[in-house]
Design a protein around this ligand. Structure first.
Ligand SMILES: [Zn+2]
Ligand SMILES: [Zn+2]
Length: 317
């Protein structure tokens, strides 16, 4: 039997060609999101909402920066999850989490904000006074643990924002190499949540590759381009973008920084953002600011594959 021995240079060449499977969130994820939301809010039809969410992202960044206290899964639990090809952070404990303190900090930030609509002020007051059991129930409903008819839709984006801080903090304790692959390519390999959108990066070693961006922990995982992020179909994929001129459907203006990737096999779509066309794109912010594209895709008969964490949307029933 002949074995081919690779020289050092060849090994490096191969290694550099390997596509990084996972891209973990850095410590500035919410600061970037806040800046992008403010940028997109300028002259936008829902500019006030985007600015409000930018304020929420500021509060998230402050909480993340203050190094919130998270309970890590044990090494044994991580190994067990990997052995069963399960995401290691899927079962992170809601009842003991620091995220409830983050929610109150977000509510404080909103309450201190001048010029917020009365309804938002009232919501902030309600969240500050909410009992722990109610907050935990909301989180469980959002993360799919209990029936969603207990969900308070007005509070949902803020509860989700608090959960994001805890899960980003948890994700940041991992290294990409330690994240084991799952059998299900459509969910986050760390926390098991659905992606909010895709991003095509422009910097090495991620350049030109498409990653799905987790709605909860902001981790990203590689998925081949031109393949439906929902069902994996690789044939009947269409790209939609908003035509600035008339708002009508146009297939794939190649320079658009935000497009919708629609699949005729499963009739669903997700947005895909391109760093090469706009270096400031951020999956959660750009998805939120492109609601007009959602209306267009709805008119075309497609449904959203999954919601935006900062906007409660009715899922597929
Ligand atoms: Zn995740
Ligand atoms: Zn599909």
């Amino acid at each position: 039997m002949v074995q081919r021995i690779l020289e050092r240079g060849q090994i490096e060449t191969l290694a550099s060609r390997a596509i990084p499977r996972v891209r973990l969130p850095d410590g500035q994820v919410f600061a970037r999101r806040a800046a992008r939301l403010r940028q997109l809010a300028e002259g936008h039809a829902i500019g006030d909402y985007l600015r409000l969410m930018a304020r929420v992202a500021d509060a998230q960044q402050a909480a993340l920066g203050a190094a919130i206290d998270v309970t890590l899964p044990t090494e044994a639990a991580i190994a067990q999850a990997a052995a069963h090809r399960m995401p290691p952070l899927a079962g992170a404990e809601l009842g003991t989490g620091a995220w409830r303190g983050v929610l109150r900090a977000i509510a404080d930030a909103l309450a201190a904000e001048r010029g917020v609509p009365a309804a938002v002020g009232a919501l902030a007051t309600r969240l500050r006074a909410a009992p722990d059991e109610w907050i935990v129930l909301q989180a469980a409903a959002l993360l799919g643990g209990v029936a969603s008819d207990s969900l308070d839709r007005a509070a949902a984006p803020f509860v989700m924002a608090a959960l994001q801080v805890q899960w980003v903090a948890l994700a940041r304790t991992f290294t990409a190499e330690r994240v084991a692959p799952l059998d299900v390519p459509g969910v986050c390999p760390l926390c098991g949540s659905l992606p909010v959108a895709s991003i095509v990066h422009a910097q090495a070693p991620y350049q030109g590759y498409r990653y799905l961006h987790c709605a909860l922990c902001a981790s990203e995982w590689h998925r081949v381009r031109a393949q439906c992020s929902q069902c994996g179909n690789g044939k009947q994929i269409g790209y939609y973008t908003l035509d600035a001129a008339d708002g009508g459907p146009t297939i794939a203006a190649d320079a658009a920084a935000v497009r919708a990737e629609a699949c005729d096999e499963c009739s669903s779509y997700r947005k895909i953002v391109y760093v090469e066309h706009d270096a400031a794109v951020e999956p959660v912010a750009d998805d939120l600011a492109s609601l007009a594209l959602d209306l267009l895709l709805g008119e075309q008969g497609y449904h959203r594959a999954s919601g935006n964490p900062l906007l409660w949307q009715a899922g597929e029933e």
